[in-house]
Design a protein. Structure first.
Length: 483
């Protein structure tokens, strides 16, 4: 058994500095919280990065209250001036953050009151920390989603550029990590470009789904004050206000959707990272990372380790875990707000931070990586990767049913193995005709890896011309999205 920590002593209850702690909310209480209670309750170390959103929300709220006649013009001017000064303090690193004030919202409000007096105390009219934090958090996630989408657009451009430069470079395509059919490196990289395209669409959809402003929902039931929620929504750049006050403060599905979207996108990044780990190993030898994206060993001087790619795999697990953790945090909460939701920001901030690193690192690796054309082509010939082309020829030219062609091709592959011939195109025609007399020299010539990839001209196929066409189509589509 492990020892359990002793409970905090009663002496941990103390009186906070004037203007702090219970003074912001504690008229109901005769004593201040225990020190451990303050530590578990405070979130300022995490949510301080919401300061821009909090100041923007307070400016919009104050302006609306002034327009509605709830606050005087003098109070609104003083609040805006005070908030500007606080923003300057935070930018300069001189703002006096206090754990006793729990979070960024109370820290800014207390500092505002210190600066401008009673006008600062009137700012919280017709709002609650519940709708305040929901608004700030939505603003932050909306911005972060846009930045993530832009980062993925940059990665997609890198992938497409490298794909175009290697549109006809042949490499093995795998199923079950066994050589299956020859493909081109350009085609392989365009597969990941397509993944980024869908991931970007999901990120944009997540922005659309969260684009409603909770400000004005107050604690949970709305407010009797004559507020204008449309005005604050417009001022903060939302499409409109939320339509139910309880849903406004009690829901975090916008963050859950964001994290799940990041998780899917990072799984895609992780798959390419894993391929980079394999491709750059001596056993594959398909690619070489630049020195800028390689690390060494403390004991083995010959090593070139793909640490960044490996860390992307790990961060994919971390982001997916954050998405799951947030869903599990919310799953059993009755409406509306509960303090459990305070942990939503730590999970979300960490996921977006990790995602940004992953995208930047992968773009850096791909854009500077060099490929070994001869090594990739040689690997593409292994395992008789053009066998399907032979079966297709038997069906197309001889009218043979595909299942029969599959059987005949298998017998010819077995013959090549027995003769020690690595590529079906090098098989002596006379010996191949012992299995299928109608085989021709043209049939065997079509079994080179070059002929195989060139023949796959179907939409979305690996033929170099198809890859180049898809590169142009991708660029056109992305230009339309950007426009």
């Amino acid at each position: 058994m492990t020892d359990k920590p002793a409970p905090p002593p009663a002496s941990e209850q103390h009186t906070p500095p004037a203007g702090q702690g219970q003074a912001m909310w504690g008229g109901r209480f005769a004593a201040t919280p225990a020190q451990t209670m303050q530590l578990i309750n405070a979130s300022i170390d995490v949510d301080r990065r919401l300061w821009r959103e909090d100041i923007a929300g307070s400016r919009a709220h104050a302006a609306m209250l002034g327009a509605q006649g709830v606050l005087s013009a003098q109070d609104v001017a003083a609040i805006h001036t005070g908030l500007d000064a606080i923003a300057a303090e935070i930018e300069a690193g001189t703002f006096p953050f206090s754990i006793e004030l729990e979070d960024i919202h109370l820290n800014i409000e207390a500092r505002l009151t210190e600066r401008i007096g009673d006008a600062g105390k009137r700012l919280h009219t017709a709002r609650s920390r519940n709708d305040q934090v929901a608004t700030d958090f939505r603003l932050w996630v909306k911005q972060a989603l846009g930045e993530a989408e832009a980062a993925l657009a940059g990665l997609g451009t890198v992938l497409v550029d490298v794909a175009e430069a290697h549109a006809d470079w042949i490499m093995p395509g795998f199923t079950h990590l066994q050589t299956a059919q020859p493909v081109t490196l350009g085609h392989h990289l365009m597969a990941y470009a397509q993944m980024t395209r869908r991931d970007r669409a999901r990120l944009r959809a997540a922005i659309t789904h969260l684009d409603e402003c909770p400000l004005g929902a107050a604690a949970l039931a709305g407010t009797p004050w004559p507020i204008d929620r449309e005005a604050t929504a417009r001022a903060l750049g939302f499409a409109g206000p939320t339509r139910n006050s309880m849903d406004s403060v009690g829901s975090r599905d916008f963050a859950m959707e964001a994290l799940n979207t990041l998780a899917i996108a990072t799984v895609h990044l992780s798959r390419l990272a894993e391929e980079i780990v394999m491709w750059t190993s001596p056993q594959f030898g398909f690619a070489r990372l630049s020195d800028a994206w390689s690390t060494g060993s403390s004991i083995m001087p010959q090593k070139r380790n793909p640490d960044a790619a490996e860390l992307i795999r790990a961060k994919a697990a971390r982001i997916a875990s954050s998405a799951q953790a947030l869903m599990m945090t919310v799953k059993a909460l009755p409406l509306t707000y509960a303090k459990d939701l305070q942990d939503d920001k730590a999970l979300t901030f960490d996921a977006f931070d990790a995602f940004g690193l992953c995208v930047a690192a992968l773009g850096g690796m791909v854009s500077t990586m060099s490929f070994d054309r001869a090594r990739m082509r040689a690997a593409a010939t292994l395992g008789y990767s053009t066998a399907t082309d032979l079966a297709d020829w038997l069906v197309r030219e001889l009218g043979m049913p595909f299942r029969e062609a599959h059987h005949v091709t298998g017998a010819i592959v077995k013959l090549a193995e027995g003769l020690g011939i690595a590529e079906l195109c090098d098989l002596p025609l006379a010996q191949a005709q012992q299995i299928e007399p109608r085989l021709t020299a043209d049939a065997l010539a079509a079994l080179s890896v070059e002929a195989s990839v060139a023949a796959r001209t179907s939409l979305g196929g690996t033929a170099p011309d198809q890859v180049r066409a898809e590169v142009q189509r991708w660029r056109t589509q992305q230009a339309q999205v950007a426009g």
